[in-house]
Write a protein that binds this ligand. Structure first.
Ligand SMILES: Cc1cc2nc3c(=O)[nH]c(=O)nc-3n(C[C@H](O)[C@H](O)[C@H](O)COP(=O)(O)OP(=O)(O)OC[C@H]3O[C@@H](n4cnc5c(N)ncnc54)[C@H](O)[C@@H]3O)c2cc1C
Length: 260
């Protein structure tokens, strides 16, 4: 079975900065990493490959500077890497991002599972996984914590508040994975050296995907950012209660009663 894992390369969360004039994220001069939850998705995919065999292909849309992150995924155990990189893709919203990713998945062909994570750490709209599933016309199981594949059927635990649901569907399907649901494996040292020196990432541009400039990037986007606002954390009221435990408990009960 061929599995495709969508990996987004994102700025390290503590380095997120915005251009207040252009209303875009500043991506130059910041350190990047593979979106943390995408590593959880890759781990699920590689574990399935360990059991079932097949091939894991990692896929990312972004500039050529993302190549080392795809090679890191190769060092973790992925078999192939495709970078979707073209100036025409710049400025894409989630609509055109998902179109480009889905078109590449179709070109990869013969896929059984497509993985994303639930959300990126920068844009965090959670729109890309359901949009890719819609473009591909396959079912989506979201917020997955663990899963298995038997006889062409996928069974996945979908995390919900206070528990989980068990969802079953047929292949092919798209799975979006919950942040922190597993511990991603470390890159293999020898494979890392090999990937850095010898592995060649496949790069596809707009012509390789047969898309029109009107469908991709800023041109193909249906949404625009009109305003950026700083969200301030709410100021929390702090009060320390001191005294004997019984007195403190009575005072606490009084405070709680007065706020209900
Ligand atoms: C009007 C507009 C203009 C924008 N312009 C730019 C711009 O100029 N430059 C820019 O970098 N961003 C730009 N963005 C942001 C860009 O649209 C998002 O980065 C992208 O669509 C992914 O959305 P998200 O981060 O909310 O993904 P989510 O839906 O939160 O991501 C979920 C998962 O989808 C997968 N995924 C998402 N994006 C990718 C990707 N690129 N490659 C592989 N897998 C992926 C990953 O598995 C990820 O974990 C713009 C957004 C808007 C609305």
């Amino acid at each position: 079975m061929k599995q495709v894992v969508c990996l987004k390369v994102t700025p390290k969360i503590e380095q997120l900065k915005f251009d207040e004039v252009k209303k875009t994220m500043i991506r130059d001069g910041v350190e990047n990493e593979i979106n943390e939850a995408d590593k959880n998705a890759l781990e699920i995919s590689l574990s399935l490959k360990d059991k079932l065999g097949g091939q894991v292909v990692v896929l990312s849309m972004g500039p050529p500077s993302f190549d080392p992150y795809l090679k890191l995924a190769i060092a973790m155990g992925a078999d192939d890497a495709i970078l979707l990189s073209d100036r025409a893709f710049a400025g894409a919203d989630t609509y055109s991002t998902s179109l480009v990713l889905a078109t590449a998945v179709k070109k990869i062909s013969d896929f059984g599972l497509v993985f994303c994570s639930e959300a990126s750490s920068d844009g965090s709209t959670e729109q890309v996984p359901p949009s890719i599933a819609a473009w591909l016309g396959v079912p989506l199981i979201s917020y997955v914590g663990s899963m298995s594949v038997n006889d062409g059927k996928v069974q996945a635990k979908r995390i919900i508040r206070g528990g989980y649901e068990v969802i079953e569907t047929n292949l092919p399907t798209l799975v979006s994975v919950e942040l922190g649901c597993n511990t991603p494996r470390f890159p293999d040292f020898r494979r890392k050296r090999w990937a850095e020196r010898e592995f060649k990432t496949t790069v596809w541009g707009i012509n390789d995907l047969g898309l029109s400039p009107n469908d991709v990037g800023l041109e193909g986007s249906l949404t625009s950012v009109n305003e950026l606002r700083h969200m301030r954390s709410p100021q929390r009221k702090k009060e320390f209660l001191t005294g004997e435990p019984k007195q403190v408990a009575a005072k606490l009960a009084e405070i709680i009663r007065s706020t209900v």
